[in-house]
Design a protein around this ligand. Structure first.
Ligand code: GLN
Ligand code: ZN
Length: 764
């Protein structure tokens, strides 16, 4: 039995890679210095893996920005606008990569960056390969081969890990003209064959080709593409480990079991049940890699249980079994050992990337020499007693939550009356003009605000001083909105570090790490909270700020909350109860806050759900069940108010075509969405589906520093008005303004208000 690993996080336990990259981008260090930091990180990570007993060290999991981008570079699939100039145009180097990622032309001028999107159902973003109808591939970038040599010179056996050709094509987008991406497959296979040949020349034995699309429901063209690809690569000199992850591939079992590959990796964390059928149909010499340690969550594994589940397969297959994490450890924080502030009870229950490697070591030991039962019993009681201690601590609150969830009935999910009636009542109360203007919530988080917060966190300033300063920022934010003439104001969220962390810190059942960073995209990392217990809200979280902001003006100021589905998706959640149950608990906590805001005189309340869509299961056939509970959790959070209270929600993406009915079922009085980047293309969703409530399609793209003109926004609003009745429309930016500067925001909003005035005259 071997211990295998699919990939290790590259960021470093103190986010060394992030800081080095950003320094390089600012011109503060040289390329050689950046490469040195990278080599040090790889060396450390390989060392950790080797110490844990991993026999083939993954190479290619390291990337300067994104591993899909590295692969595009390797295959010479770099957009024209980012390519090197002149004689170098067929060579790709690190700076080319960074130009794609960061939106630069070789001249140094701006050139649209490669589009970025979420990798399957994770919060990791990859750069979407852009392929043209006449795309050619060739080996153009040496990083992969250099890292193989580097691992080998350190004495390791290297296993290159990369996306397989079919998933690579699937994730790419056709540009220039409409064409069938699969028409590029033969050329792509040739270049993959050349790539594998290079690895073989380097003395590589095994290559991991990942085909995560197998977890999706594929049409017959894509299914045959899998078959023809691996048939074509059969002649290669290296052993191919075909890796799947993030879900079961049992629906493609016949196809997969027939592929001429040397090994198969299965995610047995999300889909333990697929083990039996694939083990049964394994080909005589094939290796089966069992992904049994969760690569995507932070909880310690139950090694005994895993050993029990796989022991018969291990016995049957003997030397042909590998044990591994379910997927790359990219989605795990790096090292639990550096956490100093977690309670010992909680820390014992956790496992980050480095600890997951030790779990594999332990699992191997357990499978090789089964522990005697006395010792096993001891481990079990230790875990049981730390769970019990935790429960004893919040027993009363926990019991209350559980009883409340049990007592819920269908009325708790519904507003008092239907939208049409509420709309009339709300219109009478707020007397908003046609095309009301608003923003999404946050205003610029200036260096002054961030500095203030960090001084407060370090104890350098008092809480009173901190709050006093924040009140001044809030007042200034309200004043600026009044001056701009915005109709429904926000307080600006200056007191919030992060839209999930801010709430998690005030809710029961959440814990926070100091260094539990996970790469989100490029040099950006997130530090998700841990949901370890039952969730409840001991005291009001936002009421004071909302009341303060509302006291400054007669105009309505929106209360601003993060919704239950988003809080759940952007956290590491416990696994002993279902995600649906956790969402319901959070929904109740948010509901308490919504009711308190209403009682404090806040008449318009926004419950943000930007992560609503990313919870969608990989298989369409599972969507309905997810949408049902996700919509319910939102409705539960919102439905405790009277008809007069106007509930808003916000989602920052624009693919609504398939989920529009569920979004409508959330029954928010107003929804604001992202649209300006897609030039309102999303509104096609509204052609076949008459969206019943009010809606604000974003007309100002806040992701770039550009200031939209009055005319541009007039045009966008008119486009929206083609599809949606004017009296249903709101005018607002795409998303929160946190990352922008006042210099950008003020003129943009001034134009936005102006555009609205023009249209009120024209359409009113
Ligand atoms: N209210 C939040 C803000 O404006 C919403 C952020 C988001 O949609 N991601 O920052
Ligand atoms: Zn948003």
């Amino acid at each position: 039995m071997q211990i295998a690993n699919l990939g290790f996080p590259r960021i470093g336990r103190q986010r060394e890679l992030k800081f080095a990259q950003e320094k390089y981008w600012r011109g503060e260090i040289t390329k050689a210095e950046l490469k040195l930091v990278a080599a040090e990180l790889r060396k450390t990570h390989w060392e950790w893996q080797a110490q844990a007993g991993v026999s083939l060290l993954p190479v290619g999991d390291f990337a300067f920005y994104d591993q899909v981008l590295t692969l595009s570079a390797t295959l010479n699939a770099i957009p024209e606008r980012h390519r090197n100039e002149g004689a170098e145009s067929n060579k790709v180097d690190l700076d080319t990569l960074f130009r794609v990622a960061r939106g630069r032309a070789p001249s140094g001028k701006d050139a649209p960056a490669g589009e970025m999107t979420k990798y399957f159902n994770t919060n990791y973003h990859y750069i979407v390969p852009e392929l043209t109808a006449d795309q050619e591939f060739s080996l153009a970038y040496e990083q992969f081969f250099e890292e193989v040599s580097e691992a080998q010179s350190l004495g390791y056996a290297a296993k290159p890990v990369l996306l397989g050709p079919v998933s690579y094509l699937f994730l790419s987008k056709a540009v220039g003209s409409e064409f069938d991406k699969l028409s590029l497959l033969p050329k792509l296979i040739n270049t993959y064959a050349a790539l594998l040949a290079r690895f073989s020349d380097q003395g590589v034995d095994w290559v991991q080709l990942e085909e995560p699309i197998l977890a999706l429901e594929l049409d017959s063209d894509w299914q045959s593409a899998i078959t023809s690809t691996y048939e074509a690569l059969k002649e290669t000199q290296v052993n191919v480990l075909l890796a799947s992850y993030y879900g079961t591939i049992a629906h493609h079992q016949a196809l997969v079991s027939a592929l001429p590959v040397a090994g198969l990796h299965l995610d047995l964390v999300t889909a333990p049940e697929q083990l039996a059928v694939f083990a049964e149909n394994l080909q005589p010499q094939q290796v089966l890699s069992l992904g049994v340690i969760n690569g995507r969550n932070v909880w310690a594994a139950d090694i005994d249980l895993i050993a029990e589940r796989i022991s018969s397969v291990v016995n049957d297959l003997q030397g042909r079994v590998w044990i591994a994490p379910s997927c790359s450890l990219l989605h795990s924080p790096v090292d639990l050992d550096v956490e100093a502030k977690l309670t010992p009870e909680l820390k014992q229950q956790l496992s980050f990337a480095k600890q997951k490697l030790s779990e594999l070591t332990q699992l191997k030991a357990l499978l090789s020499t089964p522990a005697d039962s006395a010792e096993k019993g001891l481990i079990d009681t230790t875990i049981a007693s730390c769970v019990a201690r935790r429960n004893a601590r919040d027993a009363a609150a926990d019991r209350q939550v559980i009883e409340r969830v049990a007592a819920l009935n269908s009325d708790d999910y519904e507003r008092d009356t239907a939208f049409a009636n509420r709309q009339t009542i709300q219109q009478q109360k707020y007397q908003l003009p046609l095309l009301p203007t608003t923003t999404i919530g946050s205003f610029p988080q200036t260096p002054a605000i961030r500095g203030l917060r960090s001084r407060w966190r370090k104890g350098e300033i008092t809480e009173d001083f901190y709050n006093d300063q924040l009140r001044q920022v809030t007042k200034d934010t309200v004043d600026r909105q009044l001056k701009l003439g915005i109709d429904v104001l926000v307080h600006g969220e200056a007191e919030r570090n992060d839209m999930v962390e801010y709430f998690g810190e005030q809710l029961q059942g959440f814990a926070f790490t100091q260094f539990g960073w996970v790469q989100s995209y490029g040099s950006r990392c997130v530090k998700p909270p841990l949901i370890f217990g039952d969730v409840s809200r001991p005291v009001a979280m936002t009421v004071e700020w909302a009341e303060f902001a509302q006291s400054l003006t007669e105009k309505p100021v929106k209360g601003m909350l993060t919704g239950p589905v988003t809080i759940l998706h952007w956290s590491f959640a416990r696994e002993d109860i279902s995600r649906e149950q956790i969402a319901t608990q959070i929904g109740l906590a948010i509901r308490d806050e919504v009711v308190d805001l209403q009682n404090a005189g806040i008449g318009i309340i926004q419950i943000d759900e930007p992560a609503f869509r990313e919870g969608l299961p990989l298989k369409k056939s599972d969507w309905e069940a997810y949408l049902k509970w996700a919509v319910d959790a939102f409705k539960l959070s919102a439905a405790g108010v009277t008809d007069e209270t106007q509930i808003h929600t916000h989602m920052c993406y624009s693919e609504f075509n398939e989920t529009i009915a569920a979004i409508a079922a959330m029954d928010a009085d107003v929804i604001t969405i992202e649209t300006s980047r897609s030039r309102m293309e999303l509104l096609t969703a509204f052609e076949d589906f008459e969206y019943p409530n009010e809606i604000g399609p974003g007309v100002y793209d806040i992701h770039t520093p550009n200031i939209p003109t009055v005319d541009e926004m007039v045009e966008l609003i008119e486009k929206a008005a083609d599809k949606i009745a004017v009296r249903q429309l709101w005018v607002n930016p795409d998303c929160g303004l946190k990352t922008r500067t006042w210099d950008e925001v003020e003129p943009a909003l001034k134009n936005l208000v102006q555009a609205t005035k023009v249209l009120r005259r024209r359409l009113g």
